[in-house]
Design a protein around this ligand. Structure first.
Ligand SMILES: CC(C)(COP(=O)(O)OP(=O)(O)OC[C@H]1O[C@@H](n2cnc3c(N)ncnc32)[C@H](O)[C@@H]1OP(=O)(O)O)[C@@H](O)C(=O)NCCC(=O)NCCS
Length: 229
């Protein structure tokens, strides 16, 4: 199985830690380490997983604003860096590493453009086996050939609330159906995001029950994380 080449290994994590300590100081390093620990011990265990069978007709959305949607090529990289990267701060900074995958086989980055500015990205991994879902506690025995993964997704703050994402999602599903790329789309959201769950259900996504495999490590983590607010 091919691994997602953006997956961070120990040496890159250490060199990142060293860079933060050098450039931003010890306090910044500590807060990065705290974020890292919270993500692995708590946050990623809260994800909720949804699936959408591509045989099903999808509700098509028209944008309320004039929106151009395209698949990114390497030529778009400079514009992405200029229009989008400054907004990728905090946890979102992690998403930056995906952009070196533009143009790679089986991976698509859908971009949304409004008023000449890139304001949205949605990543599509034509094989879920080579996607971010491999890095979260999803029960991998449930993955099948033909499973596609969508995420991460992002809309620039200036364009939020205009239903940019539903329009892009609609374009993605149309593209996947037209090209018969697979059978099912998978996504995950933070379980604490109360708005995301009804949003996907309204669109016809179904929550996957027992998506996280309850092994002894999971139970132990549940006990540990229950003590972390
Ligand atoms: C999620 C996000 C892309 C949606 O932005 P948008 O294009 O402006 O879409 P809108 O705000 O118009 O929302 C449309 C619907 O998407 C829903 N939605 C879907 N997935 C969501 C998510 N992961 N987080 C928040 N809202 C989400 C919203 O609830 C909303 O439904 P509603 O109008 O019924 O409440 C945007 O909030 C964002 O970039 N957030 C920061 C990055 C992030 O959290 N990404 C998701 C995890 S990868």
């Amino acid at each position: 199985m091919k691994e997602l080449s953006v997956k961070s290994d120990l040496s890159s994590a250490l060199s990142k830690a060293w860079r933060i300590a050098r450039e931003e100081g010890f306090t910044s390093l500590l807060s990065t380490l705290r974020g890292y620990c919270l993500y692995h011990l708590r946050d990623k265990w809260r994800f909720v997983y949804f699936e959408y069978p591509l045989e099903r007709e999808f509700l098509a959305f028209e944008g309320r604003e004039l929106l151009t949607i395209k698949i990114a090529t390497r030529e778009d990289f400079d514009r992405i860096e200029r229009d989008i990267f400054p907004s990728l701060v905090g946890d979102l900074e992690y998403d930056k590493r995906y952009f070196k995958l533009i143009g790679q086989e089986g991976i698509r980055c859908f971009l949304g453009e409004k008023d000449g500015k890139l304001i949205h990205y949605s990543w599509v991994f034509l094989s879920a086996f080579n996607s971010p879902i491999m890095e979260v506690p999803f029960d991998k025995t449930q993955l099948r050939k033909g499973d596609i993964f969508i995420g991460p997704v992002f809309t620039h703050l200036s364009a939020r609330g205009l239903w940019v994402y539903p329009c892009v999602l609609s374009a993605i599903i149309r593209y996947l159906r037209q090209n018969q790329y697979g059978e099912k789309v998978l996504i995950f959201v933070d379980g604490r995001n109360a708005a995301a769950r009804p949003f996907y259900e309204r669109l016809g996504f179904r929550e996957i029950p027992d998506a996280v495999r309850a092994n002894w490590l999971y139970v132990l983590r549940q006990k540990v994380t229950a003590t972390i607010p």
